[in-house]
Design a protein around this ligand. Structure first.
Ligand code: IFM
Length: 441
């Protein structure tokens, strides 16, 4: 295959999230999150898996940072656990905060740039008991939590992300019921969309106030969407609806200061004076998480519960494409399409997650997946798109939400019984890509 080379300064990293790797869910003052509670619901998570012991990163952090160094990672994207830092969403817990203080110091000591995400789905359960993201007050609690983390780490962390994939929090959590908190209430999901976006806006304000040199933004899971038959009106309408619910409902408020008029009509009445100004305050980058694209049809029967609020009849007919172990179709061209489409949002783009579940340590299928997707980024850059970095999902095998530990996304294999780490073939391959700032002949 032909050679791909990336611009000087292109950032090569890997990503994780607190609940997926840390374990130690009951130590040092941490409170329950919605995921701890959801894991206790019979049948909610495959095999009854829970956040413990996870990949025991809470205890093995220094070893894990040494592994990152051995792979040549330049940046590490991780999330902070709100229930460690402000248990129950209440008072600050210095012991919980000190874990991230040490993590950041350890990274910096090894020359690895920390990329910190404030919210990757582990809402304190106590806040869920008060309505969770369906309650506007949660956005203000998020701002307090952001103040705590920024005040502690402003001197060392430059790269800040408010939310990871608010689509999953709102729609899988409050409408589809397949993520924590497991609710199936479309109105609550609509409210969650606005309150998550408000949390983003309030979080950005706190970051700007406390971290003058911050490079700050939000990460969205974005999907190119096309109709099965571009000449069929219902397919075209289905594509518009899914694009609206997946992409535009989060992109438009951040970049245009308004919600799209064609999806979630209930959103408009939740907006209070000043909200959209906060939500659309400038971001320094957009984080793009890409796993697959969608081709949709409008000819299905409505199914409930569904995460597709107002578009429950839309279907996703399978195509003749390879599948990952999660059953997701592999189409790396979709990443080029997406990045090219996003270029006119006018901010630098970082691919903050991309990867796939495959079993095994000799994971040639992951190498093929990463090769294709990183080439797709190269193709977007060749077309003039300002893409500045790539974070592979994920550094370690981890807790894949409702799938528990059954799906392995790591570059590094984790034996969850012994916590033994083993670099997979893909980790060795990725290390060479980083060292050469590209690959191929
Ligand atoms: O594991 C998740 C991650 O937490 C968010 N983005 C998608 C990944 C794979 O499903």
């Amino acid at each position: 295959m032909s050679r791909v080379t990336f611009p000087a300064g292109f950032v090569w990293g890997a990503a994780t999230a607190a609940f997926q790797i840390e374990g130690s869910t009951t130590v040092d003052g941490r409170s329950d999150s919605i995921w701890d509670a959801f894991c206790r619901v019979d049948g909610a998570v495959r095999n009854g898996d829970t956040g413990d012991p996870g990949a025991d990163h809470y205890n093995l952090m220094a070893d894990d940072v040494a592994l990152m160094k051995s792979m040549g990672l330049q940046a590490y994207r991780f999330s902070v656990a709100w229930p460690r830092v402000r248990p129950d969403g209440g008072a600050v817990n210095p012991l919980g905060l000190s874990f991230y203080d040490r993590l950041v110091d350890t990274l910096l000591d090894k020359g690895i740039t920390p990329w910190l995400t404030l919210y990757h789905w582990d809402l304190p359960q106590k806040l869920e008991d008060m309505g969770g993201w369906a309650n506007r007050d949660t956005a203000y609690r998020f701002a307090e939590y952001t103040n705590t983390v920024t005040e502690c780490l402003a001197d060392r962390v430059v790269h800040w992300t408010t939310l990871n994939e608010p689509w999953c929090s709102a729609f899988l959590g409050y409408a589809g019921g397949i993520h924590a908190p497991g609710r199936t209430d479309p109105e609550a999901a609509t409210a969650a969309v606005h309150h998550l976006m408000l949390a983003h806006g309030l979080g950005m304000r706190a970051i700007r106030e406390n971290v003058p040199r911050a490079v700050a933004g939000v990460t969205l899971n974005l999907f190119p969407v096309a109709p099965v038959d571009p000449a069929d009106e219902s397919d075209v309408d289905a594509a518009r609806a899914i694009d609206g619910l997946q992409n535009r409902v989060f992109l438009d408020p951040v970049f245009d200061g308004s919600y799209p008029a064609d999806v979630l009509p209930g959103l408009a009445e939740l907006v209070q004076p000043g909200d959209m100004e906060l939500i659309s305050a400038p971001v320094d980058f957009l984080g793009v998480n890409y796993y697959r694209d969608y081709v949709v049809s409008g000819h299905g029967e409505p199914r409930l519960p569904s995460e597709w609020v107002g578009a429950e009849h839309v279907t996703f007919p399978p195509r003749d494409l390879p599948l990952t172990d999660s059953g997701w179709e592999v189409n790396s061209d979709g990443l080029t399409t997406l990045l090219v489409d996003l270029a006119d949002r006018g901010v630098p783009l970082y691919v903050t997650e991309n990867g796939a579940a495959y079993p095994g340590i000799e994971d040639d299928d992951r190498v093929t997946f990463l090769d294709g997707h990183i080439r797709a980024i190269g193709a977007a850059i060749d077309r003039g798109v300002d893409v500045r970095g790539y974070f592979c999902w994920s550094l370690l095998d981890n807790f894949e939400w409702a799938e528990g530990y059954a799906k392995r996304f790591g570059l590094v294999h984790v034996d969850f019984a012994t916590q033994q780490r083993t670099l997979k073939r893909s980790a060795h391959w990725y290390a060479r890509v980083i060292a050469d700032n590209g690959f191929g002949e």
